[in-house]
Ligand binder design. Sequence first.
Ligand code: GLN
Length: 253
Amino acid sequence: MGGGVAFRLVLAHLYPDLLNIYGDRGNVLALARRAGWRGIEVDVRPVGIGDAFDPTGVDLVCVGGGEDSKQAAAAADLARRGEALRVAVEDGLPVLAVCGGYQLLGHYYQPARGPRLPGAAVLDAHTVAGERRLVGNVVCESAMGTLVGFENHSGRTFLGPGCQPLGRVRPGASGGNNGEDGGEGALWHRCVGTYLHGSLLPKNPHLADFLLRAALVRRYGEEAAAQALRPLDDAVEWTAHRAAEGLAPAHRR
Ligand code: GLN
């Protein structure tokens, strides 16, 4: 690393045994690997129900998606951690929450059957199950560039004024947050909620680096982050990105 600065990040992976569907664990692997290629060590810590977890002491948080029953198992525990997580997010903590995990970062998720699940209220959003599932390959345009992934959810997520959509789905390219307003995901500070599985980050390296940069800036400052996050050869990643882009409905002929 030349300058001899050793960079180390702690990544909390919330409920890896419950919320991990359609390859969501690949997001954790992609973050760790992209950091590792730059000589940045990532200490991945699984956090399960009841485990000790102080969000101010970690650099990245990932939570994946899962079926309603798995969400029901995790909801109360995550809601209990909401205040601490919100404070850390306001301090710049980067979070990636996918689908079921995204829904649980909002105020609540009302499944089709069973009681309303409390959310962590980190994101100003709420989710209600719809009658038809939104399933398919998605392309959306975000401030950080085009994002590609796969969605499969019945939940319809509606954002309040407290957060912005992460991106906008291309017309005809599947549902996004609710199949109505064109929004996909949510962004608040450096907290990213999204319906995109895939795994998402291996084929969206710019989003992976957005999260890594945020983690490095918060821990080590702007200058050190710029030094640590040297560019990688992402030819393979962008090939995967373009292949996924070609699968989305708007691009079918
Ligand atoms: N159970 C939620 C839904 O269907 C989330 C599903 C998921 O995480 N893929 O809306």
